[in-house]
Design a protein around this ligand. Structure first.
Ligand code: NAD
Ligand code: DAU
Length: 350
């Protein structure tokens, strides 16, 4: 039996990772730690919340004492750390929140692991889930590999780069078993509708303008979130200590082309005439410091750990649209703010 602490499990990617681990490994005990910020939604995990191998704890990773108490109470075998402030636009408005959670919060978890795992570092694992944004921006050509120098531009990516450095420092200095993965843009179900794809789906559905920054020329490399969760599973179980893996879909799209594809799918699903949804596209002021292009080379992960993405983008995007259209209640609860009372209703008196 393994006891694993997964942080940020109420968020978009975290909820897919928790679901995968709870369902795939009934002999593991999964503790989901989350502060439930605006991005945390326990309804994302409705389907596993009563499983005997799952437990939720509401803790802020900035609170070192609460983290230490949890480590003292639970004899964790591993941490899979996803909790973070994750939205670039918010980091431009309030960088400090990103330093607090992404840097100080990560260091608090590392310190607890360092203290409570003393004498057993070779039997414990600290897995940090990070982003390709730490590598900065690409021009028209090239790809990020695991040896690309860090060159973050936004306060978000600077905070994630810093947390990656701390994780490596704890491996190198104290001999802790740490691994890191850096992934490209995810898409799929349960994605908070402030990010491009779910925001656009919601706006198209409600006949609202779809904001495209600048000229829509920026390129992102999109990966289906369940493929990311599977990569995390593989890396968690098979990576050698100290290793880093890039995870990506080999699936680059200019924002404007992606939005046109999405509009086409939405026209079909909503029974609109072709081109109707695209009329909602509105070019707006560009994001400050907007990285031009991201592209991930995931050859190392494919060759060493035999992972490949399972889903073609067009199919995945259609699946994602279907999920949002079939889950009005989830979307309405998120946009109205009702989702924030889910914890009080379902968990408070457990
Ligand atoms: P998200 O914003 O959807 O979820 C983040 C979760 O962390 C939320 O549940 C939130 O409540 C929780 N959280 C935030 N601050 C906290 C704190 N102080 N204490 C405890 N919990 C806190 O994010 P996501 O998109 O699911 O990303 C998860 C992780 O994956 C992040 O570390 C992010 O940097 C990384 N990542 C994301 C992407 C992507 O495309 N979304 C790609 C690569 C890497
Ligand atoms: O690359 C991985 C990163 O992907 C993760 O580390 C981040 O946590 C995640 O949020 C995501 O960052 P991006 O900034 O790339 O995602 P976002 O959905 O915010 O934006 C995608 C692209 O679309 C980007 O070029 C900005 C643009 N955009 C975004 C929004 C919200 C628009 O044109 N209009 C919008 O309204």
């Amino acid at each position: 039996m393994k006891k694993i602490l997964i942080t940020g499990g109420a968020g978009f990617i975290g909820s897919h990772v928790v679901r995968r681990f709870v369902n795939t490994y009934p002999n593991y005990q999964i503790v989901n730690l989350d502060k439930l910020t605006y991005a945390g939604n326990l309804a994302n995990l409705k389907d596993v919340e009563n499983q005997p191998n799952y437990r939720f704890v509401k803790i802020d990773i900035i609170d070192a004492q609460a983290i230490n108490e949890l480590f003292a109470e639970e004899n964790f075998d591993a941490v899979i750390h996803l909790a973070a402030e994750s939205h670039v636009d918010r980091s431009i408005v309030d960088p400090t929140a990103f330093v607090m959670t992404n840097v100080i919060g990560t260091v608090n978890l590392l310190n607890a692991a360092r203290e409570y795992w003393k004498g057993a570092y070779d039997q414990k694992r600290f897995y940090h889930v990070s982003t390709d944004e730490v590598y900065g921006a690409l021009g028209e050509t090239g790809m990020f590999t695991e040896t690309t120098a860090y060159d973050p531009h936004s306060p978000y990516s600077a905070s994630k780069a810093s947390s990656d450095h701390f994780v490596r420092a704890y491996h190198d200095t104290y001999g802790m078993d740490c691994v890191i993965s850096n992934c490209s843009n995810n898409y799929g179900s349960h994605h908070f509708p402030e990010k491009l794809i779910p925001l656009a789906i919601n706006n198209i559905k409600n006949n609202k303008p779809v904001p495209v920054y600048g000229k829509g020329e920026n390129v992102r490399d999109w990966l289906w979130v369940e493929d990311h969760a599977r990569a995390i599973d593989v890396i968690f179980h098979q990576a050698k200590t100290g290793e880093t893996y890039n995870i990506g879909g080999h699936n680059e799209w200019k924002n404007i082309d992606l939005i046109h594809l999405l509009c086409k799918i939405m026209d079909k699903k909503l029974g609109r005439k072709e081109g109707e949804s695209a009329e909602l596209i509105t070019f707006v002021t560009d994001r400050a410091g907007h990285d031009l292009r991201y592209a991930i080379d995931s050859t190392k992960l494919q060759k060493e750990l035999d992972w490949v993405p399972s889903l073609q983008f067009e199919e995945g995007l259609e699946k994602t649209v279907d999920w949002y259209l079939a889950n009005d209640e989830w979307l309405n609860n998120v946009t109205s703010g009702n989702y924030q009372s889910y914890y009080e209703k379902q968990y408070k008196n457990r």
